[in-house]
Write a protein that binds this ligand. Structure first.
Ligand SMILES: Nc1nc2c(ncn2[C@@H]2O[C@H](COP(=O)(O)OP(=O)(O)OP(=O)(O)O)[C@@H](O)[C@H]2O)c(=O)[nH]1
Ligand SMILES: [Mg+2]
Length: 325
């Protein structure tokens, strides 16, 4: 049976193999993904980001456990976890959490966990993680939790690939100032103050709520159809699972909001459009290099380094050679 068909038949081993093929950009993986693509579009993609050590993995584990049992509408569902470039191994959070519950999760047929390392390629990371999430969507996982460390633009891009983005903060990180600085507050649909068992949690909650109210006018803007979504700020203790049901409820509310005001479709469209533009750039550049070879490029590069022509002019000339007018 073909790889894509085995994945559609809920063969976990085939799915694991497919994801590896996709990550390595092997033709067999890209082929299978193309076959799976018509089956995608059903998953709710949920991004989880925040500074290193804020408890993302611990929270993702607890959330997966909750969603596995009652989904967002009280019905059990299939949950996938994608940990993108975790600075600590994904299992670290799991092992440090509630051991009994984690064992439940790891033996669960309806939960699939995948860690991805960036191998240094920033654009490549965004691209392959998008493809991995598509594959999981096609494989029938209805809720896909995507954990990324919120430290730079690449992470913001990956989180931007979600329908719902959770931004985690924790007390002792400077009352949310770090999150605001990193520019990740703007991408938050839901803010979580994790480690609410630690001192300072109340201040962090207050600071984030104030920041959200300052940044989001409560009056609807004329260019938007529905009312604005005001990101809730929720206290959670991921290690104990406290606040997880409330978090799931907030995600369900956000989903209803997206679906009611057409934002679900517009977010999907924006995500796919960005992905296609990025692919177009990459494939064109790759095609160009394979036709003209490095030599033409290096020659142009030397001319630029000698200040004879500008980078812009050099690229224009290379393109003219490719497609003489
Ligand atoms: N006190 C307290 N500690 C927590 C809580 N949640 C997580 N931790 C601890 O915080 C540490 C980091 O947790 P992780 O879940 O690995 O954090 P992370 O954000 O995934 O970390 P990276 O992936 O390395 O960025 C671990 O020691 C957890 O046990 C919490 O609610 N309260
Ligand atoms: Mg982690």
């Amino acid at each position: 049976m073909k790889l894509a068909d085995r994945v559609l038949n809920a063969d976990r081993l085939a799915l694991a193999r497919l994801l590896t093929r996709i990550e390595n950009e092997e033709p067999e993986g890209l082929e299978a993904l193309a076959e799976l693509y018509p089956h995608t579009g059903k998953a709710h993609r949920i991004g989880i980001t925040g500074a290193p050590g804020t408890g993302k993995s611990t929270l993702v584990n607890q959330l997966a456990l909750h969603l596995r049992r009652q989904g967002l509408d009280g019905r059990p569902c299939k949950v996938a976890i994608v940990a993108v470039d975790p600075s600590s191994p994904f299992t670290g959070g799991a092992i440090l959490g509630d051991r009994v519950r984690m064992r439940d999760l790891s033996g669960d047929e309806d939960v699939f966990i995948r860690s991805m390392a960036s191998r240094g390629a920033v654009g490549g990371l965004a691209r392959t993680s998008a493809a991995v999430v598509d594959a999981l969507d096609g494989a029938g996982f209805e809720l896909i939790l995507i954990e990324t460390v919120g430290a730079g633009q690449a992470e913001v891009d990956i989180a931007g690939a979600a329908h719902t983005t959770l931004v985690l903060d924790a007390p002792g990180l400077g009352d949310g100032i770090q999150a605001i600085k990193a520019g990740i507050l703007e991408i938050a649909d839901i803010l979580v103050v994790n480690k609410s068992d630690l001192p300072g949690a109340q201040q962090t909650l207050k600071a984030l709520r104030a920041a959200i109210e300052m940044g989001h006018p409560t009056r609807p803007r004329p260019d938007q159809e529905g009312p604005l979504w005001l990101p809730p700020v929720l206290p959670v203790i991921a290690t104990l699972g406290d606040g997880i049901p409330e978090l799931a409820e907030a995600i369900a509310n956000h989903r209803t909001h997206l679906q009611t005001y057409g934002e679900w479709q517009s977010r999907d469209q924006e995500r796919v459009s960005l992905e296609m533009k990025q692919l177009l750039r990459e494939l064109l550049a790759r095609r160009f290099m394979s036709r003209q070879g490095d030599e033409a490029f290096n020659q142009a590069l030397q001319e630029v380094l000698q200040r004879r022509i500008s980078p812009r002019r050099a690229v224009e000339r290379l393109l003219e050679k490719e497609n003489p007018a």
